[in-house]
Ligand binder design. Structure first.
Ligand SMILES: C[S@@+](CC[C@H](N)C(=O)[O-])C[C@H]1O[C@@H](n2cnc3c(N)ncnc32)[C@H](O)[C@@H]1O
Length: 398
């Protein structure tokens, strides 16, 4: 039952983030530097590789055949080193550029989040487990070069990492000054699900590694009668996400749990989703989590995860591009995760091979309805991941 607007306090927790003029200017500059690295410098590097480096190595009989050989061939090239340096530093600056404004807003943010957690005006909930052992693949390093990532707590009822990751993420993805609609992945996948399975009406949805639930909320809009659950190991991001969902009037049940072994009963969910999740956990944990999905998914249910395309799906050069984060972005599992075949992983977890899938789906916000219909009829391919499409894999359960 959604709450009446007068029960929900104003402002929204996100509106408490009020950077000064100079801080905004800095965030805008960082966004632009990162965009320059990831678009222009990436393009220039590819041109240098295609036009100079690869032909030279080919003439010498040493043409790189796989992504690791491409990486090796570029290691000492100025174009690659310059691109990497700018990209690495821009990444670090994304989070640093929002920290001062988060620090100032923190007491008010904490109060607001606590109030909403006590009242749950929409009927959602927040269940934290201070005794949860947070996996070492999260705590051993600052994932994504974000100090404290999603789990670090510096004060009671802390939400700081929720705000830092949320606003740092906006600077990262060029959404400064925070205009673009959040949750493009959830929008796009739920849009595809509704066309792919028109009679599918999930009663309960689970989002793994939900962080702030940004990509879970669009599923709640697509399936308004379903109960929504989001789990994550990080308490600050869950507190922050709960405050956002309650303010938006969307009841979500957030809980602090390890997706490798949850406390939900067998067959509890009809739809299990995730986005940008598996590349962040070890391959051993990935296998456990997919088995847990199989336990949690009800017969007739659907599991769909948005992730990076696996190694076999893209060219050696693109593999080199995607695997950059392993060495340079504190994401040690990127390469080993991408080396797996997602369909094989689903099969190993107990899903039927013939019921498992991997594909690209278009970004529904940018693709256009007419082209989407053609895509659904098989007359048009989806753009690739990162170029207007999203890579997904998953399975249906008998
Ligand atoms: C890159 S973020 C995902 C972003 C989010 N899904 C979105 O679309 O905005 C990965 C998240 O997975 C969470 N995570 C990693 N390992 C986990 C585990 N074993 N169980 C639950 N959450 C986990 C991290 O805490 C982090 O919040």
């Amino acid at each position: 039952m959604a709450a009446s607007p007068k029960e929900i306090p104003v402002p929204n927790i996100e509106e408490l983030f009020r950077p000064t003029h100079d801080e905004r200017a800095r965030q805008g500059m960082v966004s632009m530097i990162r965009k320059h690295a990831i678009i222009d410098m990436r393009r220039a590097l590819k041109a240098d590789y295609d036009e100079r480096i690869e032909p030279k190595l080919e003439r010498e009989g040493r043409k790189p055949e796989d992504w690791a050989a491409i990486e090796k061939s570029l290691e000492r090239e100025p174009s690659y080193r310059f691109y990497s340096t700018i990209r690495y530093n821009a990444q670090e600056m994304c989070y640093l550029s929002v920290q001062p404004a988060v620090e100032r807003a923190l007491p008010a943010m904490i109060d607001l989040a606590k109030d909403l957690a006590a009242r749950n005006p929409t009927g959602g909930s927040l269940r934290l487990n201070p005794n949860l052992e947070i996996p070492r693949y999260i705590t051993a390093l600052d994932v994504h070069l974000a100090p404290g990532w999603v789990h670090a707590e510096y004060t009671a009822d802390d939400v700081a990492q929720g705000a830092v990751v949320a606003f740092g993420g906006k600077v990262f993805s060029g959404q400064h000054p925070y205009r673009k609609k959040a949750g493009a992945v959830g929008e796009s996948i739920s849009y595809w699900l509704k066309r792919q399975y028109p009679n599918f009406k999930p009663k309960r949805i689970l989002d793994l590694g939900t962080t702030m639930g940004k990509n879970l909320l669009p599923y709640c809009t697509a399936y308004p009668h379903a109960e929504a659950y989001g789990i994550d190991v990080g308490a600050p991001v869950l507190r922050y996400g709960h405050a956002i969902a309650e303010h938006e009037g969307i009841p979500v049940h957030f809980s602090q749990q390890n997706a490798e072994a949850t406390d939900f009963p067998d067959g509890h969910f009809d739809l299990i989703v995730s986005s940008f999740f598996f590349h962040e956990v070890s391959v051993k944990a990935t296998k456990k989590i997919l088995k847990e999905c199989n336990r949690l998914l009800a017969p007739g249910g659907v599991m769909v995860h948005m992730e990076l395309p696996d190694e076999a799906t893209v060219s050696p050069y693109e593999n080199f591009f995607w695997n950059w984060d392993t060495l340079n972005n504190n994401e040690p599992w990127y390469t080993s995760y991408r080396a797996q075949d997602p369909v094989q992983l689903c099969e190993e977890a107990g899903f039927g091979r013939d019921r498992s899938f991997k594909l690209h789906v278009p970004d529904s916000l940018t693709f256009g309805e007419e082209r989407y219909e053609k895509f659904m009829r098989g007359e048009l391919e989806s753009p690739a991941h990162g170029s207007g499409g999203w890579f997904v894999f998953g399975a249906t359960k008998q």
